[in-house]
Design a protein around this ligand. Structure first.
Ligand code: BEZ
Length: 341
């Protein structure tokens, strides 16, 4: 019998003819660690937090978040929020290459730049959406400024510093691979990379031909030198806000807890992510259930409620909501929602 092969299909649902992207305005502010650039879409909505995004290594806000934020079904959500998309220093479009010897900020310092952005915009609270290094940065920011973070969507977060085994593997890989290949290996699974889909070709081109590749290497080094976030179950170091934890199904080590996953669900599964995000916001009281699609209503009804985010994973599970405290949160029941897509 012919073998069935799993095929990765990228969801596509572009904006409808009447749906035009809102105007964007890009700003830069000076911080104690250098200047940071961010782009604002939409206008502030009274009594609502801003959505603030932080992208992963090798990307900028557009290459990381455009497919998700311009996904058709996402529009009914984001029209209710102003969005602030932060570019890590030197990653913004047209960024000049930093001079030789430039001391790039650590991930902790990148997190410490965020208050300057919010102060400049006069925004008091945010819902953070971060991928990889960006998820780490937003978690660090939330640990330091819990009162300003209403919720966090963390995609492919690795909260741990590299151990000596990781360093050894990293050094070995570095002997035979270029920086772009190492970054692609961080973003995507080996299966995706060898499949060489159009999406992989596009992102390989973006990274290998980036005029700011030297800057990207500096962000990559900061990511690899991150320290442990030190989340403690039931301890003092926990996220106090609701958390939606997303792990790409293409994760090479999907079974390891929040491992360095690979797979970019915000690029390949914007529909699933939109649906989960809508449900997450609804749980926070920001989306009327009448706004939910038929699909998400039926999925919501079939949610499981027993899994903790550090419990066993199941590939077949799409959405689950924690009823116990997990590694990332010791807040009230239902604070953590886990999504695998
Ligand atoms: C937004 O509408 O927030 C958005 C649009 C384009 C790229 C990224 C975000």
């Amino acid at each position: 019998m012919a073998e069935l092969q799993e095929v990765q299909i990228t969801e596509e649902k572009p904006l409808l003819p009447g749906q035009t992207p809102e105007a964007a305005k890009t700003h830069s502010v000076e911080t104690p660690y250098g200047s940071v650039t961010f782009t604002v879409y939409g206008t502030p909505k009274p009594k609502r937090p801003a959505i603030l995004t932080y992208h992963d290594v090798g990307l900028n806000y557009k290459s990381c978040f455009q497919p998700l934020f311009q996904f058709g079904d996402m529009q009914e959500i984001i029209q209710n929020f102003v969005r602030v998309h932060v570019d890590a220093p030197g990653m913004e479009e047209g960024a000049p290459v930093f001079p030789l010897g430039y001391q790039y900020p650590s991930l902790d310092q990148l997190a410490d730049m965020i208050p300057c952005v919010l102060q400049y915009l006069n925004f008091s609270t945010v819902i953070g959406v971060g991928v990889g290094a960006g998820a780490y940065i937003l978690s660090r920011y939330a640990l330091n400024h819990p009162d300003t973070v209403e919720g966090l969507v963390l995609i492919n977060i690795d909260p741990n510093a590299k151990g000596w085994m990781d360093w050894a593997a990293h050094k070995l890989t570095g002997l035979t691979s270029s920086i772009p290949e190492m970054i692609l290996g961080h973003l995507f699974s080996q299966e995706e990379l060898s499949g060489n889909s159009e999406l992989i070709q596009k992102y390989r081109n973006i990274i290998t031909r980036a005029p700011n590749l030297d800057n990207i290497e500096l962000y990559w080094n900061s990511y690899n030198n991150r320290r442990d976030l030190n989340f403690e179950r039931g301890g003092d170091i926990t996220l106090k806000c609701p958390v939606m934890l997303v792990v790409g199904d293409q994760a090479p080590h999907e079974d390891a807890v929040m491992a360095d996953s690979g797979g970019q669900p915000q690029l390949t599964q914007p529909g699933k992510l939109t649906e989960a995000f809508k449900y997450f916001l609804q749980g926070m009281g920001y989306m009327a259930s009448s706004c939910m699609t038929r699909l998400s209503r039926s999925r919501t009804a079939s949610l499981t409620s027993a899994a903790s985010i550090d419990g066993n994973r199941s590939r077949s599970r799409t959405l689950s909501q924690s009823s116990e405290s997990g590694t990332l949160s010791s807040g009230p029941p239902g604070h953590t929602m886990e999504v695998s897509c």
